[in-house]
Write a protein that binds this ligand. Structure first.
Ligand SMILES: Nc1nc2c(ncn2[C@@H]2O[C@H](COP(=O)(O)OP(=O)(O)O)[C@@H](O)[C@H]2O)c(=O)[nH]1
Ligand SMILES: [Mg+2]
Length: 678
């Protein structure tokens, strides 16, 4: 094999926008390798991957699907990633196992932008990648136009390696620009070699020249040859292509149809000859390869039929069933093949294996021999920040503990999910990347863990405060049989600056309220603050106790606490209470062609733009900084994505509380009161 330093197992990861045909392409690749005998179809629901009920009924990949095959004597692992932007965490994690990524795209220039975040992560991690333009069986788009649109979102040069042969509107085959051979597609089979059609010769020459010029940018010898009008030898061109791909300098572009099995042999050939070996990948990831066994955890799976499976790529040494890794016994060594786990007794370098029933491993860990488990020396993609939340409650109250445990397992699989017990609203919140992401989480809770939950919109953490102060004299007195209760307090209630919180000041002189009862007054006042006159927690209020009376027999902690509380509930309504709503500091990231649309989005949601700047490291993208009310953030991501081909995103953090008055405030207060009445 030319330039191939190893015949160890290699790993290719399929990425690309939702519905570009990744799952279908994996079927086609497996069929060509005879690892499956009949090609499954996504609409018919019989593909090797996407076997879970959640994937089948949506016809959508919802978690990375793993498969293995041998092709012409080489071992291969594939990971077919979900395409939905909401499931990007899984894609990013899977890419950390990739010797090569196959970026699958649709032949639609209008949707080129959906590839921008994918090219970005590939660039950030220098992952060699091939672009496979799929669905060429049903397109009239000119490859040149398509390439121009795609090039606009790739920082690396796209190098077209084939030109289509057209038969009327259909594409009937292609010419390979390196070998200069022509092929005719055959549905469901490898293409036939044909004589180069005369009509294509000119286009082929021109495209070949463009390809060679792209390569010459990285090789002076080739550049000289081109300048002297020499034709480089085919072998040299292949070598240059391989070298540049492995260094992630260029992105070769192939095309075909996964559905019709067109272009699959050509893609296989490129994978076989050009994909770097695992040593090169380990080096790229910064994983030191010494003598000892080393594997990295790609993802964990909690499977209903087998329990926890740790998917790991072996970089050095061999794994055996029953070995000890990170202080734990490996109970079962497998190749995941869609739904099935195929038992292995041993697996060597380069292999992507599933390790059975280990408790500790987490995505990104390095596993070494014996006792050690390490966070790696490699840089991992950042965990995506949550952009969408739901309040959840178990339908059956007895499921509460089970619910928390099950969510912990979902988070172990996909750390872009988060669980929060909100201190303000007392709701249990599940956070993630969008509606589909959370809907899937809720469905998994039911189908895998048998916990049914109700999901609702999270409450906004409204608060209230006061606009002016008052003095209040209140007395709590009860005479019931023997020993009564008596507490009398005079307090001053005053507003505090925003963010100052609650303050209690003791100005008692001469023992009008005895020392030991003063903390009880404060306690009573604080208790009241949990629900002010409008029905919300009260903030930024100062209470000064300046006088009172007591009774030597009937006064008690309890009586003064009740008096403190009473004084607050009698005094606070006279202090012009006002609603406060939480305002978040939000940074919205979009390609700059959308920046003006985002201004409209923000102002339509009562937001305030604070400014914008170019997004660091993202060519042609802007970061817009703004303030937005929490109540307007709930479905912000939905609108943002629909305005930006799904690529817009945001990050948020709480900033401050702000007065809310007028009709909106009235509605919030009314809703709270009608809720309290129930
Ligand atoms: N016409 C045509 N349809 C395709 C091709 N590849 C996939 N599809 C269809 O496109 C849809 C999405 O395919 P799928 O493989 O699930 O895409 P994924 O989301 O990238 O995994 C399915 O209905 C496929 O049958 C292709 O090459 N040509
Ligand atoms: Mg898919």
């Amino acid at each position: 094999m030319s330039g191939q330093e190893t015949t160890a197992a290699r790993c290719a990861v399929l990425v690309g926008p939702y519905t570009s045909g990744k799952t279908t392409l994996m079927e086609a690749l497996l069929l060509a390798a005879e690892a499956i005998h009949r090609k499954g179809s996504v609409p018919q629901g019989n593909t090797l991957g996407d076997f879970s009920p959640e994937a089948r009924h949506r016809q959508m990949t919802v978690e990375p699907n793993v498969a293995h095959c041998d092709y012409l004597g080489d071992s291969w692992s594939f990971i077919d990633c979900p395409g939905s932007v909401e499931l990007s965490q899984d894609r990013n994690a899977a890419l950390m196992a990739a010797d090569i990524a196959i970026v699958v795209a649709e032949p639609d220039p209008a949707r080129a932008l959906t590839l921008a975040p994918i090219f970005k992560i590939l660039d950030d991690f220098n992952i060699p990648h091939i672009l496979f333009v799929n669905k060429m069986d049903k397109t009239e788009v000119r490859v040149r136009d398509l390439l121009e649109a795609l090039q606009a979102v790739s920082s690396k040069p796209l190098v077209l390696r084939q030109v289509p042969i057209r038969d009327g509107e259909d594409i009937s085959g292609f010419v390979d620009l390196v070998s200069e051979r022509a092929y005719r597609y055959k549905e469901g089979a490898a293409s036939d070699l044909i004589k180069m059609p005369e009509a294509i010769k000119e286009r082929e020459d021109e495209a070949r020249q463009v390809m060679l010029e792209s390569l010459a940018d990285f090789d002076d010898a080739l550049l000289e040859q081109l300048l002297e009008d020499q034709v480089p030898a085919t072998g040299e061109v292949y070598e240059q292509l391989t070298k540049d791909l492995r260094e992630d300098l260029i992105v070769p572009v192939l095309f075909g149809s996964a559905e019709a099995d067109n272009g699959i042999t050509r893609l296989w050939k490129a994978l076989r000859h050009e994909t770097p070996g695992h040593e090169k990948t380990a080096e790229r990831l910064g994983i030191p390869l010494g003598e000892e066994f080393t594997a990295s955890v790609v993802r964990v799976y909690h499977q209903s039929h087998t329990g926890k499976m740790t998917l790991a790529r072996i970089w050095n040494g061999a794994a055996q069933d029953g070995m000890t890794l990170g202080g734990e016994r490996v109970s079962g060594l497998f190749h995941m093949m869609g739904h099935d786990n195929l038992k292995l007794s041993e697996a060597g370098p380069g292999e992507l294996v599933a390790l059975g029933r280990m408790e500790n491993p987490q995505t990104g860990n390095l596993l070494r021999d014996g006792e050690r488990i390490e966070s790696p020396d490699m840089v991992l993609p950042e965990v995506l920040k949550p952009v969408y939340g739901l309040a959840i409650t178990p339908k059956n109250r007895q499921d509460e503990v089970k619910l928390t445990g099950s969510i912990a397992k979902l988070i172990e699989e996909d750390p872009s999910l988060e669980l929060e017990h909100n201190a303000d609203t007392h709701q249990m919140l599940i956070w993630g990347q969008g509606e589909i992401h959370l809907k899937l989480a809720v469905e998994h809770l039911n189908s895998k863990y048998h916990v049914e939950v109700e999901a609702a919109r999270p409450q906004t953490a409204y608060k209230e405060t006061i606009k002016r102060g008052t003095k209040q004299h209140s007395r709590f007195k009860r005479q019931s049989g023997g020993h009564g209760q008596f507490g009398d307090v005079q307090i001053e209630i005053a507003p505090q600056p925003r963010g100052k919180g609650f303050e209690f000041v003791d100005k008692i002189v001469g023992g009008s309220v005895p020392r030991q009862f003063i903390p009880s007054v404060e306690h009573g006042a604080r208790e009241y603050l949990q629900r002010g006159p409008l029905g919300f927690p009260v903030v930024d209020v100062a209470v000064t106790l300046f006088d009172g009376q007591y009774h030597s027999v009937d006064s008690s902690d309890m009586a003064f606490k009740t008096a403190g509380r009473l004084a607050m509930s009698e005094g606070m309504p006279n202090c012009q209470p006002v609603l406060l709503e939480p305002i978040y500091d939000v940074t919205i990231s979009v390609p700059n062609e959308f920046t003006s649309k985002i201004h409209g989005l923000v102002s339509g949601r009562r937001g305030q733009i604070l400014g914008f700047e170019t997004k660091p490291g993202w060519d042609g993208w802007d970061n817009l900084k703004c303030h937005l009310p929490q109540a307007e953030l709930q479905d912000l991501i939905v609108e943002l994505r629909s305005l930006t081909f799904g690529v817009g995103s945001f990050e948020r953090s709480f900033d401050h509380l702000q007065e809310l008055t007028g009709r909106l405030a009235d509605k919030v207060i009314e809703a709270q009161q009608s809720e309290d009445a129930h």
